[in-house]
Design a protein around this ligand. Structure first.
Ligand code: EPZ
Length: 441
């Protein structure tokens, strides 16, 4: 599949933000440990969630989708065997490690595999779990963990890894005494995992701060939980508004998780008006101001997942900007594609210098990873002429109905199969028409 986007149009109207991919994935893994029924609302229908559902079903658990609600039943024993190809399909499959150790006392999982962002090592996960008493063996393909018992106590992460924090939180619930985690990740998705586990009967405190305390808990109850909205999806549409000079409103937006994004856009000359607890309106200037220097950092710093979409909005800013990517070693996959559109960017090490140009030109580009793909959509919307974006399966990993949402605010955008010609007659995807998701079932 590919996207065809005709740029240069002002957008207007409102976009609903879907549930958070990076919150729902660890929560779905954590449903394994409750042995009960979980009702999860605000779950986006994206391919990473579909992969996770496939893994849960493969384990023997029931999962049913009713619109944006998922009902997971993990009452049966389940079998901790997941085919490697299924685990490798999902970048974040490592999040099942803590859940397997908790539920089954052991785990045999294939290496999550690197991805376009780099090696994606799991040394921090394994270092803490092994300190807690998990016996770990590794062979060429698998990680074998055996946890006859887990020692409580105080553990410090060498780096505030999001996934490692989530795995330790879930595994710690079977420790022989309370666990204190120092230097954990503080992302909103960590708070979401704590809140979900507590809704199911756990007693965890401190998520979002420098210290998380987990009281061991082995029995849980049925629970119903509403997942927070996706702060990176929200940021994507905020930067789309800024890059196209459009006034856009976002509904169901996670305002409390957008402080850094809002502050950055305001530095660029954008006004953000919040109306109700979950609604904001973006009002951009005629031309965006550049950013002298912005560096991605662990939360509450500027999120690495918003780096590519920020860069897309700086391509036509009124001056030169500098971005430093501190989290992933290879997160400039979008630069080569922006250059094809006429952007002026130079990269040295983890620093990108962007000299604002007056125009971008639509052309054929390739999505190299999830957020790089989303950034190409933003550049295409703000370019002259038509852009064809290939390999959009990367985008559908994390964005629910992106083209449908953009069409609804006036974007001239279509999803077509790779074999279809790049014809530009645009038509709205009618409600009863095939949407991207059903095409990729
Ligand atoms: C989560 O990935 C997110 N994914 C990522 O979002 C996000 O970019 C990342 O956190 C940082 O915020 C999900 O939540 C599913 P990390 P995760 O462990 O947990 C290194 C997206 O676009 N590291 O905090 O894998 C690692 O290589 C995705 O939605 C080790 O060296 O991130 C990276 O450089 C992309 N050893 C840095 O730490 C380890 O054991 C941050 O990784 C673990 C991580």
């Amino acid at each position: 599949m590919k996207y065809l986007i005709e740029g240069g149009n002002r957008l207007s109207g409102s976009i609903p933000v879907s549930g958070s991919k990076n919150a729902v994935l660890p929560i779905l893994a954590a449903t394994i440990i409750t042995g009960k029924k979980t009702i999860l609302h605000n779950c986006p229908d994206i391919s990473d969630v579909r992969c996770t559902i496939d893994i849960l079903r493969h384990l023997g658990y029931g999962v049913e989708r009713q619109n944006d609600t998922l009902i997971v039943d993990s009452t049966c024993e389940g079998t901790p065997q997941v085919p490697p190809e299924l685990m490798r399909k999902l970048r974040s499959s490592i999040i099942f490690l803590g859940a397997f150790i908790n539920r089954f006392g052991s785990a045999k999982i294939s290496y999550p595999g690197g991805c376009e962002l780099g090696k994606r090592p799991i040394d921090i996960h394994l270092a803490v779990l092994s300190e807690m008493g998990v016996q770990i063996q590794e062979d060429a393909q698998h990680i074998l963990c055996d946890a006859p018992r887990l020692k409580g106590g105080e553990y410090r992460l060498s780096f505030p890894s999001v996934g490692a924090t989530e795995n330790v939180m879930i595994a710690s619930l079977i420790a022989d005494c309370p666990v204190t985690v120092k230097n954990p990740a503080k992302e909103p998705e960590i708070v979401e995992l704590q809140n979900f586990l507590n809704a199911a009967g756990a007693n965890i405190l401190g998520a979002g701060t420098d210290t998380i305390q987990i009281i061991p808990q082995k029995t849980f109850h049925d629970c119903e939980y509403t997942v927070c909205s996706d702060r990176i999806e929200a940021a994507t549409y905020m930067f789309s508004a800024a890059a196209t000079g459009s006034v856009l409103t976002l509904t169901n937006a996670p305002l409390r998780d957008l402080n850094r994004i809002t502050a950055t856009l305001e530095e660029m000359g954008v006004y953000i008006i919040t109306k109700r607890p979950d609604t904001l309106t973006v009002i951009p200037p005629k031309r965006l101001k550049p950013l002298n220097l912005i560096a991605t950092m662990p939360h509450p710093g500027f999120p690495t997942d918003a780096q590519a979409i920020l860069m897309a909005s700086l391509l036509k800013a009124d001056g030169t900007s500098m971005i430093v990517e501190n989290i992933f070693e290879n997160r400039y996959n979008h630069v080569s594609e922006f250059l094809k559109m006429g952007a002026e960017i130079s990269v040295s090490g983890n620093t990108a210098t962007i000299r604002g140009v007056n125009h971008l030109q639509g052309t054929t580009v390739y999505a190299k990873d999830l957020r790089a793909g989303a950034a190409l959509v933003i550049a295409a919307l703000s370019a002259r002429g038509t852009t064809v974006i290939h390999d959009v399966h990367h985008i559908s990993r994390g964005y629910e109905n992106m083209i449908g949402k953009l069409q609804a605010v006036g974007a001239k955008a279509r999803i077509v199969s790779d074999t279809e010609p790049n014809t530009m007659e645009f038509r709205q995807i009618l409600p009863n028409e095939t949407t991207f998701h059903s095409l990729t079932q």
